[in-house]
Design a binder for this molecule. Structure first.
Ligand code: ACO
Length: 334
């Protein structure tokens, strides 16, 4: 796959420091060996060093070259706790509580990033999306001008006529259950940035609905129309159109009938779904029934690259995600 090869090659040149909080997890350790052997990134594993070495031995992998950090004993704990108290002062977080929270690698990892000790984080092979994201939301927060974090999937479909040579970007498939108009607009604009940064595509964003250009009247349709308007104000140069049904967004013949004036309809490469139900179900349908390869979720809108794995992830998913996170760190945060 050409895109992934390019992402991995870029990652090799960036040499970013990626922290993996699930330091004893077997797929994480196997991925670490591959990443180090192929020089894809520098890896920081969090956990008890004895337990990590033991787990690596049981997996039969060599992780020499990874930096191992124990969140329970590390020298930076007190400094990180002071930072946490400052960040959460409006919520009344005490230093004692912050120190206790730092025992959790999923809290320690974002604090490493916040303090400039790591460039990106990936977790979620054994932890839920909420547990990975909550500390990142609380301590790393969103990037300037963005209020919501969302999750995009790179979808590699088997027909180069669709999207950007067979690559489409779907969002938000992972985070916001029911975005309002403004949030949906932000999701569209940040997804366009992700698509440009990682895929190198010229974004053509379709704001999806069950209606095309007023064919149905409903408050859910109004939400998409309003979100499209806000997104255009946020990014006037962006090619974005809505509301569009999926067929109008992707099929030139349908677009000619339903949205003949649109510069997006019939050739969209970014699909923004109206809510998480449609997006999450939609990407899995394309992946499972359409046999597309799905890479993600690539989290966007956060002030640093932090990505969440699916608990069903494979070793190569972790390797790919480390490379994508390194690319995000190098292209979107420097
Ligand atoms: N962007 C930025 N900040 C956010 C976001 C967001 N999308 N969502 C919540 N926050 C912040 C809140 O403002 C709050 O900050 P504060 O403590 O400073 O006030 C903090 O995060 C916690 O907010 P809660 O509302 O308590 O959020 P909660 O932890 O309940 O939920 C979560 C957040 C877990 C992401 C929730 O939206 C969720 O469960 N989403 C669905 C995730 C999921 O299951 N996805 C499908 C699986 S993934 C897949 O299939 C690929």
């Amino acid at each position: 796959m050409k895109l992934l090869e390019r992402v991995i090659k870029n990652s090799q040149s960036y040499q970013k420091r990626i922290v993996l909080p699930e330091g004893t997890e077997p797929r994480t350790l196997r991925a670490t060996e591959i990443i180090l052997n192929e020089n894809i990134a520098r890896i920081i594993l969090l956990g008890n060093p004895v337990e990590i070495m033991q787990a690596a031995e049981e997996c039969g992998v060599n992780i020499k070259g990874a930096v191992v950090v124990d969140p329970k004993t590390d020298d930076r704990r007190s400094h990180y706790a002071d930072m946490m108290v400052e960040i959460r002062k409006s919520k009344g977080l005490s230093k004692e509580k912050a120190l206790e929270m730092l025992n959790d690698p999923l809290v320690f990892a974002p604090m490493m990033i916040k303090n400039g000790d790591a460039d990106g984080e990936i977790a979620g092979a054994v932890n839920s999306t909420g547990d990975v994201l909550r500390p990142a939301f609380q301590f790393v927060k969103t990037s300037p001008g963005v209020s919501v974090v969302s999750g995009a999937f790179l979808m590699f479909v088997n027909d180069p006529h669709f999207g950007h040579d067979g690559i489409l970007v779907f969002a938000d498939c992972a985070v916001m259950p029911d975005p309002n108009e403004r949030e949906l607009a932000e999701i569209a604009v940040t997804t366009a940035k992700t698509a440009k940064a990682i895929v190198g595509m010229e974004p053509r964003v379709a704001m999806l609905s069950f209606s095309t250009k007023g064919s149905a009247q409903h408050e859910r349709v109004n939400k998409v129309v309003e979100a499209t308007k806000i997104a255009k104000e946020m990014a006037p140069e962006l090619k974005i159109d809505g509301e569009l049904q999926l067929d109008a967004a992707l099929m030139p013949d349908v677009a000619r009938l339903k949205a003949p004036e649109s510069e997006v309809a019939g050739r969209a490469n970014i699909l923004v779904f109206p809510g998480l139900e449609a997006a999450n179900i939609g990407y899995k349908l394309v992946q499972r029934l359409g046999k597309a390869e799905a890479i993600g979720p690539v989290l966007q809108g956060m002030a640093a690259p932090i990505n969440d794995l699916s608990r069903g992830c494979s070793v190569s998913d972790i390797v790919n995600m480390v490379a994508i996170t390194s690319n995000q760190a190098a292209t979107s945060f420097e």
